[in-house]
Design a protein. Structure first.
Length: 259
């Protein structure tokens, strides 16, 4: 399908442009955009995999997952820094935040140890294989995929009181469906009954707090923080857990109102 080939070309160009940037020009937004582009590709892989029995998705996605995961570590630390600043200012858990900056710098350097010229060549070869696989995707198969994905989402949308795992599944499926709507030019039809971007945004914010809380608990349980900061970390965890629960409840309320 020409639409998918055009879409793949855009993703390839966007990822290549980012990876060719100078290290000093990378910002929080750069890592966010890179992960967004790879999410779009992974959604496309999911579509291709459902339409082609010979598509070796695990092998194709492996190098993309490598930089996606590393960029994710950086992104999560950046989000944590931002949330700490937003809720507690700059004079709270100062030692922990210094440690956070050091970890962030280490992960930042690790990212550029991965994204070498030889790695870029590897991605190029993967793009060629993806392009070949796209030729086996036809409109009928793509429509069947989208109908199946839509059915999965609507089942979750109509459940009462989603649990954590179901929320994660809804978030992932929503992204895959919406990205592939664009890749297939289905934007104007088959729209899910969502109020603009309210639900995806709430799910994204909820997910951010989930990740930050996990990291904070790991730091708290490590026994490497001084007693004063251990107590402060407990306060941070309590605050963020409360905020996360509010978002969790708001998401379920939003889902109830949609039914």
């Amino acid at each position: 399908m020409k639409a998918l080939q055009k879409y793949l070309k855009k993703r390839k160009s966007a990822i290549t442009f980012i990876l060719e940037k100078q290290q000093e020009s990378f910002t929080a937004d750069t890592f966010h955009i890179l992960r967004l582009e790879i999410k779009k590709l992974k959604a496309l892989f999911d579509l291709i995999n459902s339409c082609s029995k010979n598509f070796k998705q695990k092998k194709i996605v492996k190098p993309f997952n490598l930089i996606f995961s590393q960029a994710g570590k950086i992104r999560e630390l950046q989000v944590e820094e931002a949330l700490l600043e937003e809720h507690f200012g700059s004079d709270f858990v100062t030692q922990y935040r210094n440690d956070l900056k050091n970890i962030l710098m280490e992960e930042f350097n690790n990212f550029f140890l991965i994204t070498t010229p030889s790695f870029a060549e590897k991605l190029q070869k993967k793009h060629l294989k993806i392009n070949v696989a796209l030729r086996k995707v036809n409109k009928k198969k793509a429509n069947l995929y989208m109908e199946k994905k839509r059915t999965e989402i609507e089942k979750l949308l109509h459940k009462k009181g989603l649990k954590n795992k179901q929320m994660h599944a809804l978030r992932k499926s929503l992204k895959e469906y919406q990205y592939n709507q664009k890749s297939l030019n289905y934007i104007e039809k088959n729209n899910l009954p969502l109020k603009k971007n309210e639900l995806p945004e709430l799910l994204g914010e909820w997910h951010d707090y989930q990740k930050v809380i996990q990291h904070l608990k790991k730091a708290r349980d490590s026994g490497e923080t001084n007693p004063k900061e251990s107590n402060q970390l407990e306060d941070v965890i309590t605050t963020f857990t409360y905020k996360n629960q509010l978002l969790f409840n708001k998401i379920n309320t939003t889902l109830t109102n949609m039914q």
